[in-house]
Design a protein around this ligand. Structure first.
Ligand SMILES: Nc1nc2c(ncn2[C@@H]2O[C@H](COP(=O)(O)OP(=O)(O)O)[C@@H](O)[C@H]2O)c(=O)[nH]1
Ligand SMILES: [Mg+2]
Length: 591
C-alpha cells in the first residue's frame, strides 16, 4: 500500500478529485458537507491499475486550517498537488508548496483540475515550474476534471508511476506512528489512526505513548482487520492504555529520543536566500505542532527549545512557521518560514562565551551519521545512537559502547598520565584503583577504563599498575637493604616486630618491598628473602620423614614464631604435607 496526501488552495477540487478516484467520501463531517468545505482530514482509498492499493489523506485548503493540513501531509511520503485551471496559482497553493518544500517532500504529481471550466495549459505550465523549483522535480502534470471524468484514467496511471518511484520503506525500522485521529469506541476503548511510514506493528505489541505504554489490542488497515501491518500504510490501532490525541505518536520503545532540545540546520524556503526567524515559532513534525523558542548559533544553525518533548531522530525535518501571523490581514502572506533538519537530539549545554559559534562551526563541518554524533558526544552506547537515529558504525570499544576514535586515543593517553601521577603521589600503593581512574577520566563505567588499559599498563586486583615494579623510595630502599643483609646471614630468622619498627618498615613499606621483589611475605609481619621458602623445603627434605614443627624449627635454626607460619606457607605451596596435628612430610617428588 502507498499513501498520498492532497495539497492546494481551497475549492480547487481536491476532495472532488479524491471522490472521483476512489468512490469514497473524504468529507465525513456533516458540517463539511453542508458547507462544501474540508475542515478535518479525510481518508479514502482505491486500487490502482497495477493492483497497488493507494490511500489518500485529503487535507483542508483553507488557510485557517493550516495546522490540520500539516498534520495530514507531515507523515506522508508523496503528494497530489491540485490547482484549478480556472483560478490558477493562489495564496494557499503557494503556502502548501512552501510547506512541502520545508518538509522535504520530493515525490508528487500535479493535477490541474476543473479543466472543463478553463484551458488548463497555462496553469500546467506555471504550476509545473513552481513545483520543480520547490524540489518536486519529477512531478508529472495532468489536466483533469472531477466533474466530467476527463483525464482520470491517465491520472490513475500517473499515480501508479508515482508510487512505483517511492523509496522502499524498511519493515525493520522503528515505529513512529503519528496520530492524526483518536476516538473511543464503546466496548473496545481507544482507537487511533495514522499513516505508518515504515516499520511494523503487530497485535500484542507494546508501544510507547506519552509517558506510558500502550498495548495494541487490534489493528485495521483500510477498514479490514489485520494482525500485523508494515509501512507505508494507513492504520487504525485499537489500544489499551496510553493518552491518545492528535500530535502524539506510538513509538517502538527505546528507539527514539524524547527531547525538547534540538540543534537544527535551517533550509530557507520559497526562494528566500537566507532565513531570519522570530524568536518564537511553531514547529511541526508528523501530526505534532508545538511552540518553540529559537536560539541562533550561527551559520544557519539554530537551537530549538520545544514547548513539549517530541520523539526525534537525527535527520528528521521539522517545519517552522510563524503562528503569530496566522490571522494576518495580508492574505498573500506566507507563514511557513523554514525547514529545519535535525542535527543533534541531545545537544550539549552552551555555557562559555563563544560556545554557540563553536557549536555551529562543529555542526556545519561534521558530516551526518554516527561519526558526527560521536565527535560531539565522544562516547555513546549503541542503543543511544539508535535512539538518536543513527546506526552504529565500526566496532564498539567495549560492550555496547562506541567512541570517537580521536577521543578514545586521547583517553588512553590521559589514563597513562593519570596512573603515572597516582604512582608518583602514592609510591607505596600497588597501583591506581580502577574506580579512581574512572572518576579521574569522567567515564560512565569501570569496564571502559579496563578497555583503555594497554601495555605497559595492566589491571591486577582492581588496580591499574604501570609495568614492571619501580624502585622504592630512597629511605625505604635503604632499610630493606639492611634487612636483606641481616636475613642473608640467618635466612629463616625473620625480623621481630621491634626490629622492623627500628628500620621504619611498617606494613605499607613491607608490602611495597614485596611487590618490588625484594622480600618474600610468609605471613603478616613475617618476611624472608625471596627463595627462602624453596631453600627451607630443601633442608626439610633431608630430615627423617615425617617431622614435627619442633624438628623443623631446629633444622632451620629459627623460632616457633617463624616456623609455624613458614610451614603453613610451605603446605599451601605443596612443598610440605601435613599428615596430622603433629607430623608433616615433604612429598616424595621434592625429596
Ligand atoms: N466544473 C468543475 N467543478 C469542480 C471540479 N472539481 C471540483 N469542482 C467544484 O469545485 C468546488 C470545490 O471543490 P472541492 O473538491 O470541495 O475543493 P477542495 O476545497 O479543494 O477540496 C465544488 O463545488 C466542486 O463541485 C471540476 O473538475 N470541474
Ligand atoms: Mg476539500
Amino acid at each position: 500500500m502507498q499513501v498520498v496526501a492532497t495539497a492546494g488552495h481551497v475549492d480547487h477540487g481536491k476532495s472532488t478529485l479524491v471522490r472521483a478516484l476512489t468512490g469514497m467520501e473524504p468529507d465525513r463531517l456533516a458540517e463539511e458537507r453542508r458547507r462544501g468545505l474540508t475542515i478535518e482530514l479525510g481518508y479514502a482509498w482505491t486500487t490502482l491499475p497495477s493492483g497497488e492499493r493507494l490511500a489518500f489523506v485529503d487535507v483542508p485548503g483553507h488557510e485557517r486550517f493550516l495546522g490540520t493540513t500539516l498534520a495530514g501531509v507531515g507523515p506522508v511520503p508523496a503528494v497530489m498537488f491540485v490547482v484549478a485551471a480556472d483560478e490558477g496559482w493562489m495564496p494557499q497553493s503557494q503556502e502548501h508548496l512552501v510547506a512541502l518544500e520545508a518538509l522535504g517532500v520530493r515525490h508528487g504529481l500535479l493535477a490541474v483540475t476543473r479543466a472543463d471550466l478553463a484551458d488548463p495549459a497555462p496553469v500546467v505550465e506555471e504550476a509545473g515550474v513552481r513545483l520543480a523549483a520547490a524540489g518536486l522535480t519529477g512531478a508529472e502534470a495532468l489536466a483533469v476534471s472531477g466533474r466530467t471524468g476527463q483525464g482520470l484514467d491517465e491520472l490513475r496511471k500517473a499515480l501508479d508511476r508515482l508510487v512505483a518511484r517511492l523509496p522502499e520503506p524498511d519493515p525493520g525500522a522503528p515505529v513512529r506512528l503519528w496520530i492524526d485521529r483518536a476516538f473511543s469506541v464503546r466496548g473496545s476503548g481507544t482507537v487511533v489512526t495514522g499513516t505508518l511510514p515504515e516499520g511494523r506493528i503487530t497485535v500484542g505489541d507494546e508501544l510507547v505513548l506519552g509517558d506510558g505504554l500502550a498495548r495494541v489490542r487490534a489493528l485495521e488497515c483500510l477498514k479490514e482487520p489485520v494482525t500485523s501491518v508494515t509501512g507505508v500504510a494507513r492504520v487504525a490501532v485499537n489500544l489499551r492504555g496510553g493518552a491518545a490525541e492528535r500530535g502524539r505518536a506510538l513509538l517502538t520503545p527505546g528507539a527514539w529520543t524524547m527531547t525538547d532540545l534540538a540543534d537544527v540546520r535551517l533550509s530557507p524556503v520559497g526562494g528566500a536566500r537566507e532565513t531570519s526567524l522570530p524568536g518564537r515559532l511553531s514547529a511541526h513534525l508528523g501530526s505534532a505542532a508545538v511552540g518553540c523558542a529559537v536560539r541562533p548559533l550561527g551559520d544557519g544553525v539554530v537551537r530549538l527549545r520545544l514547548a513539549r518533548p517530541l520523539p526525534l531522530h537525527v535527520g528528521d525535518v521539522l517545519l517552522l512557521r510563524d503562528p503569530g501571523r496566522a490571522t494576518g490581514t495580508d492574505r498573500t502572506e506566507v507563514r511557513v518560514l523554514a525547514g529545519a533538519s535535525v542535527l543533534d537530539v541531545r545537544p550539549p549545554p552552551l555555557r562559555r562565551r563563544g560556545a554557540a559559534r563553536l557549536r555551529a562551526a562543529e555542526l556545519t563541518k561534521a558530516p551526518s551519521g554516527a561519526g558526527a554524533l560521536l565527535r560531539t558526544h565522544r562516547l555513546l552506547r549503541g542503543a543511544d545512537l539508535l535512539a538518536m537515529g543513527c546506526v552504529p558504525e565500526g566496532e564498539p570499544v567495549c560492550g555496547d559502547w562506541y567512541a570517537d576514535p580521536e577521543h578514545w586515543s586521547l583517553l588512553g593517553e590521559r589514563l597513562a598520565e593519570t596512573v603515572a601521577r597516582h604512582a608518583a603521589e602514592h609510591p607505596l600503593e600497588p597501583g591506581m584503583p580502577v574506580e579512581a581512574a574512572r572518576n579521574a577520566l569522567g567515564l560512565p563505567e569501570r569496564r571502559l577504563v579496563a578497555a583503555l588499559v594497554r601495555p605497559p599498563l595492566a589491571v591486577t586486583g582492581g588496580r591499574i599498575v604501570s609495568g614492571p615494579p619501580r624502585g622504592l623510595p630512597e629511605p625505604v630502599a635503604r632499610a630493606v637493604s639492611r634487612l636483606r643483609a641481616e636475613l642473608s646471614a640467618r635466612p629463616f630468622l625473620a625480623p621481630e616486630a621491634g626490629r622492623l619498627a627500628e628500620l621504619g618498615l611498617g606494613p605499607r613499606e613491607l608490602a611495597a618491598a614485596v611487590r618490588a621483589g625484594m622480600l618474600l611475605r610468609i605471613a603478616d609481619g613475617i618476611v624472608l628473602l625471596p627463595g627462602a621458602d624453596v631453600a627451607a623445603a630443601r633442608l626439610l627434605a633431608r630430615l627423617p620423614q615425617p617431622f614435627t614443627v619442633s624438628q623443623a624449627r631446629q633444622a632451620l635454626a629459627t623460632s616457633r614464631r617463624v616456623a609455624v607460619p613458614l610451614l603453613e606457607h610451605l603446605d599451601r605451596g605443596g612443598l610440605t604435607e601435613r599428615l596430622d596435628g603433629v607430623n608433616r612430610r615433604c612429598p616424595a617428588a621434592t625429596r
